[in-house]
Design a binder for this molecule. Structure first.
Ligand SMILES: NC(=O)c1ccc[n+]([C@@H]2O[C@H](COP(=O)([O-])OP(=O)(O)OC[C@H]3O[C@@H](n4cnc5c(N)ncnc54)[C@H](O)[C@@H]3O)[C@@H](O)[C@H]2O)c1
Length: 372
């Protein structure tokens, strides 16, 4: 299918590279950026034929079927709505929207017009999390009891060329890196039903350390450290710590504990790390009840940064008239959970109202670039 991309900044190179070299069911026909130089640079590097002057021009081109939005968070839902109203399927980087009202409007337009919506992160469609999904689906760890993850580093002001937006509404660690972890867990275990959290801001003002804007000050508008607990609809309990305020956590993994075994899930952001599995051996006596921990080889063949796979999967779903995995309901649920963690309720517990239909793993044995 033909793709038009809005936003040619930092992350666009990964998408452009993967659509050019890996996911062959996508052809990029046009790009646009409010900074025309950024659009020109990417069009030249990745040989995209058409550079549009405005977003509207891109959205109304007959050779654009899907609009991919890679802009800063504040414009995601506005551009999603505009693209859908122009009759195009639409997919955006995370977060889906800044508020549930905005997200609901996007879903309503898509439903009325029978168009597809999708949202990153899509890294759980890569080899590591897909293999974990298969392990959970095939009941290797039994009934899941609990999950935990810790993810901390000293924030994107140290590396991002233009990091201010990452400390404003729509970002902070929860909405910037939180989607990788929460969407990964709900993809694996199903919807979350309740959350509770504490939040803090360690540095109300940040000083940019990256080269491009070195020394610039950023006013921090959102919590930068959050500790939370959650309960999934299937009864699984979970806890998390997420922060932009300190040194890096040693191994930002997810651990899932079940009645029959435990798995350590690779980092759903970087997609690095082994899949580790420990099985209970019920035939032995207490105190000696476990097999040694083992490394499980991935059963899918995407070993690199697979960003773009969600768009490729959505294109394939459109062509086969089936729901896409990273669909609007799933994106809305992820957003509702993240916002509930970011804005703890006075009563201490927030009930999550939204849900989504169960999501499946890819069929086994897909080769690089295949989604079916
Ligand atoms: N940088 C990363 O490593 C990374 C990784 C994963 C996801 N993301 C997500 O991708 C999105 C973009 O991040 P980025 O790091 O590429 O940001 P960026 O600031 O480097 O790039 C954003 C680009 O969008 C353009 N833009 C902004 N608003 C626009 C509008 N209304 N119309 C047209 N163009 C517009 C800007 O000019 C800029 O070129 C964010 O939502 C971010 O959370 C970033």
């Amino acid at each position: 299918m033909n793709l038009g991309i809005i936003g040619c900044g930092n992350i666009s190179s990964t998408y452009l590279e993967n659509f050019t070299k890996v996911f062959h069911n996508i052809k990029i026909t046009a790009v646009v950026d409010q900074n025309i130089e950024a659009a020109r640079r990417q069009a030249k590097e990745f040989e995209v034929e058409n550079i549009c002057e405005t977003n509207e021009e891109l959205m109304t081109r007959p050779d654009v079927d899907i609009v991919l939005i890679l802009t800063n968070p504040a414009s995601h839902s506005v551009l999603l709505k505009q693209a859908l109203l122009a009759g195009k399927h639409a997919y955006c980087e995370k977060p889906f929207a800044l508020s549930l009202e905005e997200a609901r409007e996007v879903l309503d337009i898509a439903r009325k017009r029978n168009l597809y919506v999708g949202c990153a992160p899509d890294t759980m469609l890569g080899h590591g999390i897909q293999t974990c999904k298969k392990i959970v689906e095939d009941n290797w760890i039994g009934k899941t009891i609990s999950i935990q993850f810790n993810v901390s580093y000293f924030g994107p002001d140290a590396w991002h060329p233009n990091p201010a937006f990452l400390y404003h509404k729509g970002a902070g660690p929860l909405l910037d890196i939180g989607p990788y972890y929460i969407a990964c867990l709900t993809y694996l275990l199903g919807p979350i039903s309740q959350v509770s959290s504490f939040t803090s801001i360690t540095y109300p003002e940040r000083t940019v350390l990256s080269r491009e804007r070195h020394g610039e000050k950023i006013k921090v508008e959102v919590p930068t450290s959050i500790s939370g607990i959650m309960k999934f609809e299937n009864g699984t309990l979970g806890s998390m710590n997420i922060s932009f305020d300190g040194a890096s956590s040693e191994d930002p993994h997810i651990e899932i504990i079940g009645t029959e075994g435990t798995i350590i899930v690779p980092n759903p952001d970087t997609q690095k790390g082994d899949i580790l599995f420990r099985k209970l051996n019920r035939s032995k006596r207490p105190g000696d009840m476990e097999y040694p921990i083992s490394v499980i080889p991935p059963v899918y063949n995407y070993y690199e940064n697979c960003r773009g796979i969600g768009v490729s999967e959505m294109a394939s779903s459109i062509q086969k008239s089936r729901p896409n995995r990273l669909n609007g309901d799933f994106a809305y649920h992820t957003l509702e959970v993240l916002l509930a963690f970011q804005n703890p309720s006075a009563s201490g517990v927030t009930k999550i109202e939204s849900s989504f239909k169960p999501l499946t793993a890819f069929p086994i044995g897909l080769q690089k670039g295949e989604v079916d």
